[in-house]
Design a protein around this ligand. Structure first.
Ligand code: PMP
Ligand code: GLN
Length: 402
């Protein structure tokens, strides 16, 4: 007996329509790839950047209390008022910025969402967007998805300097914005005042916006004081400043981002945010509001402890014969392979390192969209001394060759 439904018209067989090519052709992000390889090979993971301690207990307790005792429904779209006030107060105290928590602060689900909201809200199809390589891997697909045309500035080791010639070759009358990451992942550079002033002059000359990814602003060493690009003359009204609680408190899974921008920009950014995530878990927002108000000593101790990690790993690597490039901020330092092995490229080196020697690291070529620097490898030092020592022991077994 035929099934009665068999007489019914057949639904068309599913066709494999193409996906958006920007995402279809993208590889999986190098951070995920390396963390998976680290798990598969039982490696010590100095690749993806995250500390190996659980984060400040009082801040975690606040998040737990807020889940149990607090509001678990939608917080306001722009963020908990107490967190927006805490963000404004924090940046006033630490960076001398005067922002209105009502009209100039927005909370997002991590800096990643803030970047997407800013790029989607500001870029119109055909706009040119200046990107500085090495670049954090989220930028380029977001710019392209927004219809922007990337104009790449290429920085090289060992100084990774931004020069007038490089900016002049990238900026034009069609430039809508520049994405500026400072302190810079992966190089650990904190850009000097002269290079920031140069960039600000180009933004003014070409009437361009600056989307400033400053997630590493608190992770700076050697008594540095961080200056946001927004604080430079002429930049207040044209800058979108992005921060991340995940980095400030060393809890990278906490996706709580902050955006600071003048009201005319914020209005557009808020429209993009409302349909990306709309909001961010309220307990994390409450805990971050508490954390941002912690005494200066907390932030200073965090810097000092990461600086000890940097110095420990740098000394160990130098002792093994690696050329360690200076790191002024972030969780990362880089090594130049050129003096280690003139045959090694960073990708091959990192693959062999994780598969055969049990240490994961990140090839810096992954941060270039074109013409990659291939002789530099990034390692994360935000780990206990014991973890760093175990990694150094394994690194000592890597043969040096030409
Ligand atoms: N920008 C840079 C330069 C980063 O290094 C990271 C994360 N490591 C992010 C953005 C993403 O931050 P979040 O986790 O807050 O989304
Ligand atoms: N930003 C982190 C890093 O540079 C990784 C973030 C991620 O895995 N998406 O290691």
């Amino acid at each position: 007996m035929p099934h009665p439904a068999s007489d019914a018209p057949q639904a068309p067989a599913p066709r494999h329509r193409s996906l958006n090519p920007i995402y279809a052709r993208l590889p999986t992000t190098v951070f995920e790839v390396m963390s998976q390889l680290a798990r598969a090979h039982g490696a010590i993971n100095l690749g993806q950047g995250f500390p190996d301690d659980p984060g400040p207990l009082d801040v975690r307790r606040k998040a737990a209390e807020a889940v149990v005792d607090g509001w678990n429904q939608y917080p306001s779209m722009m963020g908990l008022p107490e967190l927006r006030a805490a963000v404004a107060a924090h940046y006033a105290a630490w960076q001398g910025l005067d922002v209105d928590p009502e009209g100039e602060v927005m909370i997002t689900s991590g800096a990643t969402e803030a970047l997407a909201a800013a790029l989607f809200a500001l870029i119109e199809p055909g706009d040119e967007v200046v990107l500085i390589q090495p670049l954090y891997d989220a930028y380029l697909p977001l710019v392209e998805r927004a219809g922007g045309a990337p104009r790449l500035v290429r920085l090289e080791p060992p100084h990774w300097s931004i020069t007038e010639e490089k900016l002049a070759a990238a900026f034009s009358e069609r430039t809508k914005l520049v994405v500026f990451n400072n302190p810079q992942n992966p190089t650990g550079v904190v850009f000097p005042a002269g290079e920031m002033a140069l960039l600000a002059r180009f933004c003014e000359r070409f009437d361009a916006y600056a989307v400033c990814d400053e997630v590493w602003e608190h992770v700076i060493f050697d008594e540095r004081v961080f200056t946001p690009l927004m604080a430079l003359p002429g930049m207040r009204e044209r800058t979108v400043k992005i921060g991340s609680a995940g980095k400030i408190f060393g809890m990278t899974g906490w996706k709580v981002g902050f955006v600071l921008a003048a009201p005319h920009l914020m209005k557009g950014l808020a429209k993009a945010h409302q349909f990306l995530t709309f909001t961010t878990p309220p307990n994390l927002q409450a805990a971050v509001a508490y954390g941002l108000g912690k005494e200066r000593a907390f932030f200073e101790e965090m810097r000092a402890s990461l600086q000890r990690g940097r110095d420990h790993l740098a000394a160990g690597l130098s002792g093994l014969g690696f050329t360690v490039l200076p790191s002024a901020g972030t969780y990362f330092l880089t090594v130049d392979l050129a003096t280690w092995s003139n045959a090694a490229d960073d990708e091959t080196f990192c693959r062999t390192l994780v598969e055969q020697h049990g240490v994961a690291a990140i090839p810096v070529s992954a941060f270039y969209a074109e013409d990659p620097v291939r002789n530099v490898v990034r390692l994360c030092f935000a780990k206990s001394e014991a973890t760093l020592d175990a990694a150094l022991e394994r690194l000592a077994r890597v043969p040096r060759g030409g």
